[in-house]
Design a protein around this ligand. Structure first.
Ligand SMILES: [Ca+2]
Length: 98
């Protein structure tokens, strides 16, 4: 009986599953220029400063720095005009590559 209930739950979950929806690719800009960190850029999008708009933290492989881009617009149409390297005790955080 437990197996039947389990199988019914899985069947119901599969019936309710939806295919993921993807958006087209685009280059993110900062102050009108495409953000280019070379290779292995590692972005993470979240509301980092608590103002309700999603910002971007971007790991830069070549320098090891971690950049913070504050979103100055909306979540649907983010605008980044500058970045700062994230610091700890006044020193930019750098992570070794490799
Ligand atoms: Ca924010």
């Amino acid at each position: 009986m437990k197996k039947l209930v389990f199988l019914l739950l899985i069947a119901a979950a599969l019936c309710m599953a939806q295919a993921p929806a993807y958006q087209s690719f685009y280059y993110q800009e900062c102050a009108g220029n495409v953000i280019d960190v070379g290779y292995y850029g590692a972005p993470c999008i979240a509301d980092w400063n608590g103002d309700g708009n999603k910002d971007m933290v971007l790991g830069v492989f070549t320098s090891g720095n971690i950049r913070f881009y504050a979103n100055e617009n909306t979540n649907d149409s983010p605008v980044f005009n500058s970045f700062t390297n994230i610091k700890a005790d006044g020193t930019a955080i750098t992570l070794p590559s490799g």
